[in-house]
Ligand binder design. Structure first.
Ligand code: NAI
Ligand code: PYR
Length: 306
């Protein structure tokens, strides 16, 4: 049986918590850590190995260079030169420079897996990794708006006293300020949310709360790590188990929704090869306008890539 191997590039708050989450979920056999800060990454490796010792299955936690990647199934990008404090766009110049210095070397050294990007601004960096890698688009995926979607489901769940897993609401667009919830397609057991709680709930306010949650958290603890790490682990698990589940991810569009040459958050089905199919939603007029606006925002970031 082939061992499943995940590489984490950038082992700071997000990378180290992702490694810990992967260990506790137990569906891969090796987690390869890559970071410029050799002391930090050695410390994380030893601590993570202590945690892995509690598992029934053998999980190797290795230290590697990004170029040592020919046997890796999924490479997670969570590097940064400094995390954003107000808008994810603040990171564009710094993170795109780091990404340019990493991806070509990986491709030269035979990377054959799937890239999963969490680094911000997530959609633009997903596009950059796709361009630099030359991989088919189904093998380059951004975490996109899946975290925002889970935040929305969590907030709705608290308000409606229903478990988040039973709420089929989701967000599309940029992982940033121009994202929006698709209320026209949001339901509980097939009952549209607008019908279910028409008078009691201010849906726009809840959507706004989900959109701002990242900075609500970061303003208090400087970073967000637990939510995104569960998001990353969830996406890896769906890929490595060939689940065919649909999540709202940053995908490279090639004609879907009438756009191409852009990465944006849309629902997509995941299988062992990455994105199997992008689901095209029938937006109402307002949603279509919001989506077009979000596309323009991301395209503007893409123009600024090196
Ligand atoms: N997509 C999402 O929903 C979320 C995205 N993020 C993003 O994730 C990224 C990471 O955030 P944190 O972990 O909090 O930052 P951090 O500063 O704690 O970690 C970044 C790590 O990258 C390493 N690094 C920098 N350049 C490198 C290179 N060339 N090669 C290898 N490692 C390198 C640093 O040494 C550091 O350990 C940021 O872009 C942040 O905005 C964070 C939370 C949620
Ligand atoms: C930092 C970030 O992108 C988030 O927590 O949503």
């Amino acid at each position: 049986m082939k061992l499943r191997k995940i590489m984490i590039i950038g082992v700071g708050n997000v990378g180290s918590t992702t490694a810990y989450t992967l260990i506790n979920r137990g569906f891969c056999e090796e987690i390869a850590l890559v970071d410029l800060n050799k002391e930090l990454v050695y410390g994380h490796q030893q601590d993570l190995l202590d945690a892995a010792a509690y598992r029934q299955n053998m999980i190797k936690v290795s230290l590697r260079e990004a170029t040592d990647c020919a046997d890796i199934d999924i490479a997670i990008i969570c590097v940064t030169a400094g995390i954003a404090q107000k808008s994810r766009e603040e990171e564009l110049a710094g993170t795109s420079k780091i990404v340019s210095s990493i991806i070509p070397g990986m491709m030269k050294n035979g990377f054959k897996g799937i890239f999963l990007i969490a680094t911000n601004p997530c959609d633009a960096i997903t596009y950059q990794v796709w361009k630099l890698s030359g991989l088919p688009r189904h093998r380059v995926i951004g975490t996109g708006v899946w975290l925002d979607t889970m935040r929305l489901r969590r907030i709705l769940g608290e308000t409606m006293d229903i478990g988040p897993q039973s709420i089929d609401a989701f967000i599309v667009g940029e992982h940033g300020d121009s994202q929006f919830p698709v209320w026209s397609h949001s339901s509980v057991y097939g009952i549209n949310l607008n019908h279910l709680e028409k008078r009691q709930i201010d849906f726009d306010q809840l959507g706004d709360k989900a959109r701002k949650m990242g900075f609500e958290i970061a303003s208090r603890k400087h970073c967000t790590e637990y939510g995104i790490s569960s998001t990353i682990a969830e996406i890896c698990q769906q890929i490595l188990t060939n689940s065919h589940r649909a999540l709202a991810l940053s995908c490279i569009l090639d004609g879907e929704y009438g756009y191409q040459n852009v990465a944006i958050g849309v629902p997509a089905i995941l299988d062992q090869h990455g994105i199997k199919k992008i689901i095209e939603l029938d937006f109402n007029d307002k949603e279509q306008q919001l989506f077009t606006h979000s596309i323009h925002i991301v395209k503007n970031y893409i123009k600024q890539l090196p």
